[in-house]
Ligand binder design. Structure first.
Ligand code: SF4
Ligand code: SF4
Length: 149
């Protein structure tokens, strides 16, 4: 099982502004991994079929080997925000939040883009060598097995 990144290792404070859960678009998407599906069905108390039809968009991504993998993304709400974001800017699935959200604002396979989309990172004291690439390799590998229960 992939270990979650402990962002507490870094000099960073989340002000809970909610910005990283808003304005989802091509540059800011929330990818879901197979392990996220049962977590979300539990958090929302809905079936897998309901979760997929109401909250998920499917897409194909190309691997280094030239194969295609089906990947699930969170479908933004009508206002462009994550559908699980509450009015108080807190996460509505906090105890079961997706792997990518656990890593935010550093992101999945984070290494180079230190001039991030997020204002909060601009003041963070992040060591040059800090990267989540190696830790997240295992998480990406799980995509090869697909999302079947
Ligand atoms: S943008 Fe940064 S400060 Fe705001 S909620 Fe996300 S991680 Fe926290
Ligand atoms: S699941 Fe929670 S942490 Fe993740 S984008 Fe939605 S509201 Fe934010």
């Amino acid at each position: 099982m992939t270990k979650s990144i402990a962002i507490q290792k870094i000099d960073f404070t989340c002000t809970k502004c909610g910005e990283c859960c808003k304005n989802l678009d091509k540059n800011r998407v929330f990818m879901l991994f197979p392990v996220d599906i049962p977590k979300l069905t539990k958090a929302l108390n809905i079936s897998r079929e309901d979760l997929i039809s109401r909250y998920i968009e499917k897409s194909l991504i190309e691997t280094k080997e030239g194969n295609y993998l089906e990947v699930y993304f969170v479908k933004p709400a009508a206002n462009g925000h994550c559908p699980f974001l509450k009015e108080d800017n807190l996460c509505g699935v906090q105890e079961h939040k997706p792997e990518q959200c656990i890593r935010t604002p550093f992101g999945i396979a984070w290494s180079e883009n230190r001039n991030s989309l997020y204002e909060c990172l601009k003041e963070a004291n992040i060591p040059e060598e800090y990267s989540t690439v190696n830790v997240d390799k295992e998480l990406f590998e799980t995509l090869r097995d697909g999302y079947s229960a």
